[in-house]
Structures are given as C-alpha cells and as structure tokens.
Design a protein around this ligand. Structure first.
Ligand code: HEC
Length: 441
C-alpha cells in the first residue's frame, strides 16, 4: 500500500509540475478552511444555513443530490456563486460576507485559485473545521462583574466608540448583561500591541476577546494581562510565545484559552494549569507536546488540553490523504481513448483535472493535440462536465425517447427522462428502475 502510494505521488507531482515552476497548489485545510471558519460559517454552518448553504463540510457544500445548486463548480470560478459573491462591490445586495469587512484581494484570489484548481476538499479539511468549531463552543456562563462607577462607564463608552471606528466587532454577550465580547481578529495585522493596550479601559466588562491572527506579540501580552475579567481568550495564530503566556497568570477568571498555532510550549503548561478557573486550553499546532500534556494531566486534572491531533488521528488522516491522492493519481481509464488498447500507466496526461492514460506516446500526443475528439471515449467526469451526456436514450420509466433537458445524476451517471413526471417517479425510488439503465462499465 505504502509503496503504491509513493509511486502515485510521483505521477501527480510530475503531472502538476509546469516548466518555470507554477505556484504551489492551494491547500484547502491550511488556507481555505480557516477563511471559511472565520468569515462564512457563522451564517453557513451548523447553526444557521442562510440561503440554504453550509460550508462546514464537504458533504454539504457538494451535496450529492443537488449538484445544480453547488455554489462551487470545480474548475470554474466564473460559474461559482461563492467566488462571484465575494468579488462583488461591497454595496451589492448579493455581496458576501454579509457582515464585517470585505475579503482582501489576496483572499478573493486564493478562493478563485482554489476553485480553478479543482476545489479539492480533503477529509483533513472537514476535520480541521470540526475541531475549530468544537473549540468555539463554551458552556453558558453567568457573569459576576464588579459594579461600575460613572467614570468607568464614560471610559468604556469612549473606548467602544474608538474600537467601532477602527472596524472591530464589539457587542454585549447577552441582552441582560453589560459584559462585552470584542473581536479584533477580522482586522488581522492592523491590530497591534498598541490596540490591545487601548482595550484596558474595557477591562471591568470585557469577558470575551478574540485577537486571533492579529499582530499581537509578547509585549502586548502584558496589556492583555490587565483584562482581568476575561473568561474566554482567543490568541490563535499570533506570535505569542511562552514569554507572553507567562503573563496570563493574572487572568484569574479565564476559563478558556485558544492557543492554536501559537508558540505555547510545554514550559507554560504548569503555570496555566495553576490558573484558578482555566478549564480548557486549545493547543493544536502549538509547541505543546503530548508528553507535556501528560505531565500536567497527572498533576492537574482540571485543565483539559486539547491537542486536536492525537497520534492515531494524525495517522488516520494521513492515510486518508494518501488514499485520496492515490485515487486522484490513478488514471480514470483502463483502455486507451485513442487506440482502445490496454493502457501503459506511465503514459499519462492531466486532462480536466483527471489523469488519463494511453497505450503509447503516439496516442498520448494525438490526444493532446485534440482532446475534444476523444472526450467521449473517457468515463464521464464527476461534476459539472458530466451533465452534458445522459447514458440512456430511452426513458427508464416510460420507455419513450428521452428529453436531454430532463436529467438527474444517479450513481455518478447522468440519467435522462422523457418528461418531468417520469423524472420525479425515478427520483422517488431509483432502485425500482435501476435494471432498465445500461449496465455500468
Ligand atoms: C452574517 C451572515 C452571513 C455571512 C457571515 C456570510 N453570508 Fe453568505 N449568505 C447570507 C445570507 C442571508 C444569504 C442568503 C441571501 C442571499 O442569497 O443573498 C447568503 C447567501 C450566500 C450564497 C448564495 C447561496 C445560494 O446558493 O443561494 C453564497 C454562495 C454565500 N452566501 C457565500 C458566502 C461566503 C463565501 C461567505 C464568507 C466569505 C459568506 N457567505 C458569509 C449571510 C451570510
């Protein structure tokens, strides 16, 4: 298995390599998934599905029974609602995201390139999103905050105004409390240590803070440490290291710390574990090791450190990734589309995002000169391309001639019907008509 996988890797990388070194392919898990989580999934995820759209797992975004509604058409950014909407002018009614600032040019370009390159969505991407969403869930808390005097109220109001002008998201946590939730992560590196210092007047009411992906450094951590009412702090993907985390021992109310992708190391764990209320530390892709976690688990049972990737999970994900690449690297055909002879697996080209194999170099060259001429000799592509050609010319329900406009995708193949009624009948119970379809090759 391993050996076969290694060989397919080689095939893929040779096929993908362009002379002059094209840019590396977009990595969904590392580059696209974080963008979806931070900007889209709030409205298009497990909690809400605005516009009937879910972007938190592949099975929803590419719903097998609703291909005509996919907002991502692999290989076709111009036909992909997801790409179109983020690139609209911000005052357009259809503009996405419907909240916060527009995606940056780079982010739009990234999504475009991802779709262009075939919109890969590996299992590891689903897992990353699920872990990230799980980490955001907190038990319901009631806040006991110190009483405010008039001077503090004024300072809080002024600080809120400044933050809002800067584009930060500031909101009360619930209707019946003054407790505030501040999210600076959308402003990315526009947020520096100085902005964190500007939060200090909010300290008596600031309970939730998200400064993930900002330009926060260990120096800013000294200011963060003054926010002593914080219950929940997200510093994921910042440059914080152990020197910064060492300051957090002042955060006596802190219950949840998201240190994903930071320099948090094993050395900080004993101090964190000693914090009176801290219950959960999310430390995936930090410098924390399983050994370090085990050491504090033995001493401080109350803190749960979530590394997100235990060894077995990692291996399983890697194996799935290998399987997926293997599947992608394998040719889609076993007969040469030019000659009809058995293929030689070393003679391949990438066509329409799939690997096509030939019996010899001559056939390969013929195909490359005019792929369209041989397209119908290839198995239908999963996805939009397949929509072109039904596999049957008689309606499997009535036996009448088909209307090519009345089709459904069944079992990876396009099936046509004589009319909408027959189509509906088929969709209600495909198994009943399956034996009237051409045998699968
Ligand atoms: C604050 C909520 C909110 C956020 C955040 C948000 N959307 Fe939406 N989205 C909506 C609503 C409401 C609709 C349905 C109304 C409409 O079609 O404009 C929608 C519809 C869509 C549709 C059309 C779905 C269809 O097939 O009809 C797409 C595509 C989409 N959003 C993409 C995105 C992307 C990509 C992001 C992140 C960059 C995002 N949205 C962030 C609220 C949101």
């Amino acid at each position: 298995m391993r050996l076969v996988a290694a060989v397919s890797f080689a095939v893929v990388s040779v096929a993908a390599q362009e002379p002059g070194g094209a840019p590396e392919k977009v990595d969904f898990t590392r580059q696209v998934a974080p963008l979806l989580v931070s900007r889209c999934i709030e409205c298009h995820g497990p909690k809400e599905q605005k516009g009937d759209l879910r972007l938190d797992a592949k099975q929803y975004t590419f719903a097998a029974d609703a291909e005509e509604f996919w907002c991502v058409v692999p290989g076709k950014p111009d036909d992909s609602e997801l790409v179109i909407r983020v690139a609209l002018p911000q005052d357009d009614d259809d503009f996405m995201p419907q909240k916060g600032e527009a995606l940056s040019k780079d982010e739009v370009a990234l999504l475009t390139r991802w779709v262009q390159e075939g919109a890969d969505w590996p299992a590891a991407g689903d897992e990353w999103i699920a872990a990230e969403l799980a980490a955001q869930v907190l038990p319901k808390i009631t806040f006991e905050l110190p009483p405010l005097d008039a001077g503090q109220r004024e300072a809080i109001a002024a600080a809120r105004t400044k933050l809002a002008e800067k584009g930060a998201v500031v909101q009360v946590v619930a209707a019946d409390t003054e407790a505030l939730d501040v999210n600076l992560s959308l402003l990315r590196d526009k947020i520096t240590d100085a902005d964190v210092a500007a939060l200090v007047p909010l300290a008596p009411v600031l309970v939730w803070l998200n400064v993930s992906r900002t330009a926060l450094t260990d120096a800013g951590a000294a200011e963060l440490a003054k926010l002593t009412e914080l219950r929940r702090l997200n510093v994921a993907n910042t440059a914080l290291s152990d020197a910064g985390f060492a300051r957090f021992d002042k955060l006596a109310q802190l219950e949840y710390l998201n240190a994903y992708g930071t320099g948090l190391g094993d050395g900080s764990l004993p101090a964190l574990a000693a914090m009176p209320k801290l219950a959960k530390v999310y430390a995936w892709q930090s410098k924390v090791t399983a050994g370090g976690v085990k050491a504090i688990r033995d001493h401080f049972a109350k803190v749960e450190v979530d590394l997100g990737d235990y060894v077995e999970q990692r291996l399983a994900a890697a194996q799935r990734e290998i399987d997926e690449r293997e599947r992608r690297g394998a040719p889609v055909n076993d007969k040469c589309p030019v000659s009809g002879e058995p293929i030689d697996r070393t003679k391949t080209v990438e066509h329409d995002g799939r690997v096509v194999a030939f019996c010899c170099d001559k056939c390969k060259a013929k195909f490359e000169a005019d792929p369209a001429a041989f397209a119908d000799k290839l198995p239908p592509a999963p996805g939009a391309e397949a929509a072109a050609k039904p596999i049957n010319d008689k309606c499997p329900v009535s036996g009448e001639a088909v209307d090519p406009a009345q089709t459904v995708v069944h079992d990876g193949r396009v099936v046509a019907f004589c009319c909408g009624k027959c189509k509906a009948k088929f969709e209600a119970d495909p198994a009943k008509f399956a034996d009237r379809l051409p045998v699968k090759k």
